[in-house]
Design a protein around this ligand. Sequence first.
Ligand SMILES: [Zn+2]
Ligand SMILES: [Zn+2]
Length: 189
Amino acid sequence: MIKAYAAKEQGAKLEPFEYDPGELGAAQVEIAVKYCGICHSDLSMLNNDWDMTSYPFVPGHEVAGSIIQVGADVTTLKIGDAVGMGWHSGYCEVCPSCESGDKNLCATAEGTIVGRHGGFADKVRANFDSVVKLPEGLDMESAGPLFCGGITVFNPLVQYDVKATDKVAVIGIGGLGHIALQFLNAWGL
Ligand SMILES: [Zn+2]
Ligand SMILES: [Zn+2]
C-alpha cells in the first residue's frame, strides 16, 4: 500500500489516505519520496479549477526521492538512484513529439496528478522516461521544484538562447520567478 495525503472532495483538507498501486508495470519505476515541492497547480487541481480533477486527489508533482523498484523493461534507472519527477509521469513514446525527443510536447502525456495519485505520499510511480536522475551532489531537499517551476523558467532561457551579456527581466517573483532569478544570477546575467 502507498500512504499518501488526499483531498476527498473539491477544496477539501488533505487527510491520510492509502491506496494499492497494483503490480508494477514493466516500464515503471517506484520512487520513495524524500521531498516534494508545492506548486500552484497543486492548489488549482485541489480546487478543480481546470475541471479535470478526480477525487480522492493526491497532489504533488515536484518529487525528489530514490528508486526502490524498477520494472522488467527499465534499463536506464536502478534501485538506489536519486531522481526527480515533475508534471509528467509518462509519455506515449510513438508520436512525432516523443520520437523527436520533445516528449514534453506529447499530446497524450500522462499528468502526475491528473487521473492518478501524485507525490504527497511515501511512494509514487511513473514510467521511467519521465523520471530524471539527479546529478551527483545536488541537494535533494531543494531539488523538487526544479521539476516544475524550475523547468518552466529554464526552458525559455534555452529557447531564447539567453547569454551572459543579456539583460533579462523577471516579472513576478513567485514559485517560478524565484528560480528564474537564481538561474540568471548563476549565469552571470
Ligand atoms: Zn507545477
Ligand atoms: Zn508522445
